[in-house]
Design a protein around this ligand. Structure first.
Ligand code: SF4
Ligand code: SF4
Length: 403
């Protein structure tokens, strides 16, 4: 029993329930890629001296959490994968250099902002071949507007009525229209908002890579930057919200910091749950009474709780001229997986294809979601596959209803 507490992987009973839900295994049926396979590998001596092959297997995991929800032994599978990664070489797994570079860019606002500017300049030159992966990615960056987003400064951040907005990297740097839409929605609900200019990446990419120190440093910075506020901390990214709520786990060895992190995470509210309670006007999308078929893509960071599945659906169902449709095969992972799509682009594409095939079976006009990673995966996939569907963050869909 004590052995199992220290080595939870040894509690695996090899039932195989995790294999059928694993999006990676579905498109690449190798036993080693399932949670069962990984639990077995972790119990072998080779786990203590991971080879390149071992690192590659553990990199081919989206950390989607689907296996955990069906595991009869309630094994902390994603935590064990992350723990294994913490012992890996710097550039572990496929495209290791690109993954480290992407992580570094995400963890420095200044660097990310500079790269976005460079990317937009490259996009304007239009020199990249049509259909190239980089050209498609650059196409996702929004051109700066004449009037940039006016991030609200704290007028009275310490009031319980003032919302603090954690924008995340997408809404602040890559697609500021999402941040602008959140501000419009908040103002429509007569809410005061402030958004600290100094906030940084939530640290999920660092945490997923097993870089606990880097993840803790980013988390602590955010905790300090939001310490002036007392009201809810709203975020428009499902992945950020899940990670911000988990900040106390990063300070397990420091009770004082953990208490402060807990006070922070107790304030975090996910976008759809928040606006379900704060948008009261009748909602109608421009375009008259014609029903707009809309598919809501569940981010993995929300889809395994009933509240996470229900809030966005209830919000969408309040839009008068929307007909919501569901995927033929139920909610599926889109294959983005943080930096997984950087390491394994082909695998990521196959998982997306399988997800999109089910989602598009009812020919929706619109696909919406609330996760930055899922949004960009869908936007990329729509261009690559010439899909006849619009992809929009739910904040933009709701803001469209405001006229
Ligand atoms: S976390 Fe997701 S991708 Fe990783 S083993 Fe579990 S089901 Fe498969
Ligand atoms: S569901 Fe859990 S116990 Fe069953 S094989 Fe998978 S990891 Fe092992």
């Amino acid at each position: 029993m004590e052995m199992e507490e220290q080595h939870p992987e040894q509690g695996c009973v090899k039932c195989g329930a995790c294999t059928v839900v694993c999006p990676v295994f579905r498109v690449e049926p190798r036993e080693s890629l399932t949670a069962r396979g990984k639990m077995h590998l972790l119990s072998l001596p080779l786990a203590r001296q991971p080879s390149g092959h071992f690192e590659d297997i553990f990199s081919r995991c989206l950390l989607c959490g689907a296996c955990e929800t069906v595991c009869s032994r309630h094994l902390p599978i994603t935590e064990l994968v992350i723990r294994a990664r913490s012992d890996f070489s710097i550039f572990y797994g496929s495209h290791g250099l690109q993954k480290v570079a992407a992580r570094k860019a995400l963890s420095s606002s200044g660097l990310l902002q500079g790269l976005v500017r460079a990317g937009i300049s490259l996009k304007r030159i239009n020199a990249l071949p049509a259909g190239s992966g980089l050209r498609i990615k650059l196409g996702l960056l929004e051109e700066p507007r004449a009037v940039p987003v006016d991030w609200p400064v704290p007028s009275a951040p310490d009031s319980k009525e003032t919302i603090s907005y954690f924008s995340g990297c997408l809404a602040r740097h890559l697609q500021p229209s999402v941040g602008r839409a959140v501000l419009r929605l908040a103002h429509a609900g007569d809410l005061q908002v402030w958004s600290p200019e100094t906030q940084c990446c939530c640290g999920l990419a660092a945490s997923s890579a097993g870089k606990a120190e880097e993840a803790g440093r980013l988390a602590w910075q955010n905790i300090k930057f939001f310490a002036d506020g007392r009201g809810p901390i709203l975020t428009s990214c499902a992945s950020c919200s899940r990670h911000l709520a988990a900040y106390p786990e990063l300070f397990a060895g420091d009770p004082e910091k953990q208490e402060i992190a807990r006070a922070f995470s107790n304030r975090v509210v996910e976008f759809s749950a928040f606006f379900l309670n704060h948008l009261h006007d009748a909602l109608v999308l421009p375009g008259g009474q014609k029903k707009i078929k809309t598919f809501y893509h569940d981010p993995c960071h929300l889809r395994f709780t009933s509240a996470g599945r229900e809030a966005p659906r209830k919000l969408i169902d309040r839009i008068g001229n929307v007909e919501r449709v569901e995927a033929a095969n139920g909610p599926q992972c889109c294959g983005q997986g943080g930096l997984f799509h950087v390491g394994y682009p082909e695998l990521s594409r196959k998982i997306f294809q399988s997800c999109a095939d089910g989602a598009l079976v009812h020919s929706p006009d619109l696909v919406t979601t609330t996760c930055s990673g899922c949004l960009m995966q869908w936007q990329t996939g729509a261009v690559e596959n010439n899909l006849p569907v619009r992809i929009r963050h739910l904040a933009l869909v709701l803001a469209d209803c405001l006229g």
